[in-house]
Design a protein around this ligand. Structure first.
Ligand code: SAH
Length: 397
């Protein structure tokens, strides 16, 4: 991948950080996500749904509650953006087999928005609990039935949803937005950070000579004090689409969870967060494109400002709420007790549950945050109750 990027720069000139990010992660041949399973102890990083079943189970209960609040009788579709190994989708649909209220709510289809053929094969394998990964190169692979009895298919883009499903959707995106391209800017006269070749066969940063486009300037907070910012217009485009979907249906909701910062908490404000990840260690992001993960912290305030710019009526946004607060309010303590007191749990299993809950609440508890975008009429009223896991005062319309 490094060779491909160097050749591209030599022929076209320096590329933006967003172009680099996109090539390194999703280049059809050499992109980081495109050919292999990158998760877990043997991979490069471990995510919350992979750490414990409790994470997906509590999200399932959250969905059941939001659906009940919406009082919308139409079948709800479950749409997951960037499902990784399919663990969150499996846990949510498994809870639905045990909770009739959730199963009757989620009576629509399961859609998985996924760019990587390798991840699609793993998702199908894990959600169908089949004995070996199925090849995804014939016409039958697009639609399948999961082990939990859901009709499932993949989406290449959210635009495809309208031709495949009518009615409200529950959108889930866990560690999806941090994997989308970010642009990188240095102030005070705001110049874009570009990536160029350097003489030693590697890559280096340089600043663009041109002034930024007006839509970037419109994205910068009027009271911005940082001299280095990251903006992800592609994440903004995704949240715009989710906001438009829930308002056009007059129902439905999205739950987005990722690591990132909240401007309401100035201590958290970050500047340069672009980093590589390999074998659970932080790497120089320019070192080995395609071989290590690339990521940056999500700016939740930017996402909220993007939604506000749409000026859509019939929309409420809650959060960001720290993962610790969300999981505690959703009853992780009670779920942990139930798992620990199960007569079939060995002492090792009990230890693992306890240590997983600690990781989710402690080391990941503040850095990871949840954002809810809701089109449910009951969430729009002034002074209405916030969804569980969120404080009413974080509402934003
Ligand atoms: N949600 C999972 C995986 C997060 S990793 C978890 O938390 O465990 C990011 C996921 O998004 C991977 O499945 C990756 O292949 C997918 N992805 C990355 N960029 C994408 C894009 N532009 N469109 C669709 N899927 C994408």
């Amino acid at each position: 991948m490094l060779g491909v990027i160097r050749e591209l720069i030599k022929s076209k000139g320096p590329i933006t950080v967003a172009e680099y990010f996109k090539l390194a992660l999703t280049h059809p041949e050499h992109g980081y996500y495109m050919n292999k399973d990158v998760f877990g102890i043997k991979g490069d990083f471990t995510t919350s749904p992979e750490i414990s079943q409790m994470f997906g189970e509590l999200i399932a209960v959250w969905i059941a509650n939001e659906h009940a609040e919406s009082r919308d009788p139409r079948p709800l579709h479950l749409v997951e953006l960037g499902p990784g190994r399919g663990t969150l989708a499996s846990d949510v649909t498994r809870v639905a087999t045990k909770l009739p209220q959730l199963r009757s709510a989620l009576s629509g289809r399961l859609f998985l928005l996924e760019v990587s053929p390798a991840m699609r094969a793993i998702q199908r394998h894990n959600t169908t609990e089949s004995s070996s990964p199925t090849s995804v190169n014939n016409d039958n692979w697009r639609e399948f039935e999961t082990a939990n009895g859901f009709r499932a298919s993949w989406l290449d883009s959210l635009e495809q949803l309208s031709s495949q499903a009518d009615g409200p959707c529950c959108f889930l995106a866990h560690e999806f937005l941090d994997a989308l391209p970010f642009t990188n800017w240095r102030g005070g006269e705001w110049r874009e950070v570009l990536i160029d070749v350097c003489s030693n066969a590697g890559l280096k940063y340089r600043l663009s000579d041109s002034p930024p486009p007006s839509d970037l300037l419109a994205c910068i907070r009027s009271n911005e004090t940082r001299r280095h910012i990251e903006v992800s217009p592609m994440s903004g485009d995704f949240v715009d689409q989710l906001a438009r979907h829930v308002t056009s249906q007059g129902a439905g909701f999205a739950l987005l969870a990722d690591y990132g910062y909240d401007v309401a908490n100035p201590d958290e404000l970050k500047t340069d967060t672009l980093r590589g990840f390999r074998k659970h260690r932080v790497r120089d992001p320019l070192l080995d494109p395609g071989e290590s993960d690339l990521t940056a912290d999500v700016d939740f305030d930017y996402l909220k400002r993007r939604i506000a710019r749409l000026g859509l009526p019939g929309l409420a946004v809650f959060g960001p709420s720290p993962q610790r607060a969300f999981l505690l309010q959703m009853g992780i303590a009670a779920r942990l007790s139930a798992l620990m007191s199960s007569s079939s749990a060995s002492s090792e299993t009990r230890r693992n549950h306890l240590s997983a809950a600690r990781t989710l609440l402690e080391s990941m508890g503040q850095r990871f945050k949840f954002l809810c975008i809701s089109g449910s009429p009951g969430r729009l009223l002034p002074g209405c109750q916030a969804p569980p896991g969120f404080l009413p005062e974080t509402k934003f319309t």
